[in-house]
Design a protein around this ligand. Structure first.
Ligand code: SAH
Ligand code: SF4
Length: 391
């Protein structure tokens, strides 16, 4: 933890809410956009070409105003503006950690809020996005799981998080400028709030947009979806998305996993591992990441480490050890550094990469599993400010 105050910046709310009656083109699949354009009066023969043009404006150039789509006829641009909008969720606040991590509090329709975290590293920049407001699952170590309110994000709200981060990083290409291959936002992880596989269609459609070569054009190997283990949707993820997969594993016996990740009572460790065996082949991805949160005295013994490598035997895997990020009232403690190192050592000796995840953005409560408390804190400080200023 650091004593330096984080930089908090209120981002002025841009007028991005979809005006009544206009259909938001963001988040539509190519087919859905085609249908919408035809319904709005685009001749069927032209529809595919128009989708290609509009798609590039929105997802390659980052354009939000139909008037700027200069390869379309003026009256067609006017028709589009009359029927459609290009709308993103609103950024309410942005915080920048002293380690460069940025956290955005984002408001979606209905006044709900989710958090998006950007983590810059030497060789990449990763955006951690949310798939739901809250989460219906109740993993006992996760603060998001204690949040009551839950709603699935739309595909527009999922891909919108990527687009608003690109806005903030000022990373849309500039026409005529030399192509710069080093991207600030190079990777996406679905590790924010929510269980992405309980919102499968919207997450799939949004990630298809992220991977589309005519737009944001992120490689499927640079997108990682993290799930607590929704077994029936794992094969679908391989077939219909094909991104990298991370599993919130966290325990080596059903008894402990039942307590930590209650979805285990529905699909236990054996069923989960069975579903995972085919994933790398079907999705053509190299390895599955097993996430393992280190909880003092709960799941962090040498015996656990040995059981873990035995369980995943035969699955191409990387084990990501996550030091538990504490939150107010959390029923667990983070394992000591020595314990985490001893655990990592056993895994490493068994032949697995076992990076220990460094918590990022701790000073702005942006680390894994802390996202709910961050929002609450933001609210509280606003209330405090109101009390102080008498407003
Ligand atoms: N719902 C999905 C994705 C979001 S959670 C899932 O569970 O996989 C992203 C990762 O952070 C998961 O591995 C989750 O188990 C972990 N996590 C949750 N709370 C945490 C905490 N307090 N400290 C460390 N990791 C946590
Ligand atoms: Fe939901 Fe994932 Fe948190 Fe479990 S760890 S409560 S699945 S967000």
């Amino acid at each position: 933890m650091t004593a330096t105050a984080p930089i908090t910046q209120d981002v002025l709310t841009l007028p991005r809410k979809a005006p009544e009656g206009l259909l938001n083109l963001v988040g539509l699949t190519r087919d859905a956009m085609r249908d919408a354009l035809i319904a709005a009066g685009t001749p069927e023969k032209q529809a595919k070409m128009r989708v290609g043009q509009i798609w590039q404006w929105i997802y390659h150039w980052g354009v939000r105003d139909f008037a700027e789509m200069t390869n379309l006829a003026k009256d067609y641009r006017a028709l589009l503006a009359d029927k459609f909008t290009i709308a993103l969720p609103e950024v309410v606040t942005k915080q920048v950690s002293e380690d460069g991590t940025r956290k955005y509090l984002v408001r979606i329709a209905g006044g709900h809020e989710v958090e998006v975290v950007y983590i810059p590293e030497e060789d990449r920049g990763t955006l951690c996005i949310s798939s739901q407001v809250g989460c219906t699952l109740t993993c006992s170590f996760c603060h998001t799981g204690t949040q009551k309110l839950v709603r699935n994000l739309t595909a527009a709200e999922v891909i919108g998080q990527v687009m608003l981060a690109r806005d903030d990083l000022n990373e849309w290409p500039v026409p005529g400028a030399p192509k710069d291959e080093t991207r600030l936002l190079s990777n996406i992880v679905l590790m924010g709030m929510g269980e992405p596989l309980y919102n499968f269609e919207n997450v799939r459609d949004a990630m298809k947009i992220a991977m589309d070569p005519e737009g944001l054009s992120l490689s499927r190997r640079r997108i990682t979806l993290s799930t607590s283990g929704v077994v029936p949707e794992i094969a679908r993820t391989a077939n219909e998305i094909g991104c990298m997969l991370a599993i919130s594993f966290h325990a080596t016996t059903d008894e402990v996993r039942d307590k930590l990740v209650p979805i285990n009572k529905r699909w236990n460790i054996a069923e989960l591992l069975d579903a995972l065996r085919d994933y790398p082949k079907v999705s053509n991805s190299e390895r599955i990441t097993f996430e393992y949160v280190m909880l003092d005295g709960v799941n962090d013994s040498d015996e656990d480490a040995r059981r873990l490598v035995k369980l995943i035997d035969g699955i191409p895997a990387k084990i990501n050890l996550i030091p538990f990020n504490e939150w107010p009232g959390a029923p667990y403690k983070r394992s000591s550094n020595n314990r985490i190192r001893a655990f990592a050592d056993i895994i490493y000796k068994a032949g697995y990469a076992s990076p220990i995840r460094t918590p990022r953005g701790e000073d702005i409560m942006a680390a894994c599993g802390q996202l709910k408390s961050a929002t609450e804190r933001a609210r509280k400080s606003k209330a405090e400010i109101a009390a102080e200023t008498g407003l």
